[in-house]
Design a protein. Structure first.
Length: 271
């Protein structure tokens, strides 16, 4: 296991799974300046780490992330140029996180409000506890959604539903989040961490490079035309046809041996 020391979060890697835990429960894991700096440091440190197979993003104290640090936003007159730089800094780490070439799992226990909701939406899979609440809270305080939500949410739930969620600022409970396709699964709070680790462990058995390329292409798929996607597909497939992982899988298949990455078998093994 490897660990890195930070002020506002904890970070560790075990069995090829990196776990980022937002850890300022006294601030409800809000995106304080320290939290933003730590997130930027962590995601940049793992951006090109070929040893990783998956990333889990979670929070402590029964809270995923309460969003922006309102105390920090209340300190006197705003300086437009400084706010502009602050938002660009947000997107430095958000874009890296959203495009990591490994699966990212958000394990959301309790509130994910405002920018915390946006943070969860950057993940490939969102697992929630039964007490999770996800809320695009920005209209309550006269702001617009930020940290990438304008891109991620409509692509997940459709334009009309995204407008309803963003205009009203009402919270979604775990069941509704699942019904809308935001959450992939709902778990009891005490089982959420194990469920995230179990999913991460399964994903690590696949070809991380091929999954990463698939993720990168899918992330572009809704704003590119068919021909552009065909070109990306062809370029990627020619690389992975000659990969050691593919060659080993073909040899296993021809020898009638179990494939390393077989989701149905993993389901059966899990009972």
């Amino acid at each position: 296991m490897t660990e890195r020391n930070h002020t506002a979060l904890t970070f560790e890697v075990a069995d090829r799974v990196a776990t980022i835990t937002l850890n300022q429960p006294e601030r409800r894991n809000a995106l304080s300046p320290e939290m933003r700096d730590d997130l930027l440091d962590v995601v940049r440190s793992i951006q090109f780490d070929s040893g990783l197979g998956a990333v889990i993003l979670t929070g402590t104290g029964g809270v995923f992330c309460a969003g922006g640090d309102l105390k920090a936003l209340s300190g006197g007159a705003r300086v437009t140029e400084e706010d502009r730089q602050r938002f660009y800094k947000h997107h430095d780490w958000f874009q890296v996180l959203a495009n990591l070439e490994v699966p990212v799992i958000a394990a959301v226990d309790g509130p994910a409000y405002g920018a915390g909701f946006s943070l969860a939406l950057a993940a490939d899979f969102i697992l929630v506890s039964e007490r999770a609440r996800l809320c695009c809270v920005f209209p309550r305080i006269g702001l617009v959604p930020d940290i990438g939500a304008f891109f991620t949410l409509p692509r997940m739930v459709g334009l009309q539903r995204a407008k309803e969620i963003m205009f009203t600022g009402r919270p979604l409970d775990a069941a509704e989040a699942k019904d809308l396709g935001i959450a992939m699964a709902v778990h009891p709070a005490e089982e959420l961490a194990d469920a995230a680790n179990e999913l991460a462990g399964r994903l690590c058995k696949g070809s991380t490079a091929a999954i990463g390329a698939t993720k990168r292409i899918l992330n572009q798929s809704l704003h590119l035309d068919a021909q552009a996607l065909i070109e990306m597909e062809a370029a990627a497939q020619t690389v992975f046809l000659s990969s050691a992982y593919h060659q080993d899988a073909i040899a296993r298949f021809l020898d009638k041996k179990p494939l390393e990455y077989d989701w149905e078998r993993m389901d059966r093994d899990a009972g």
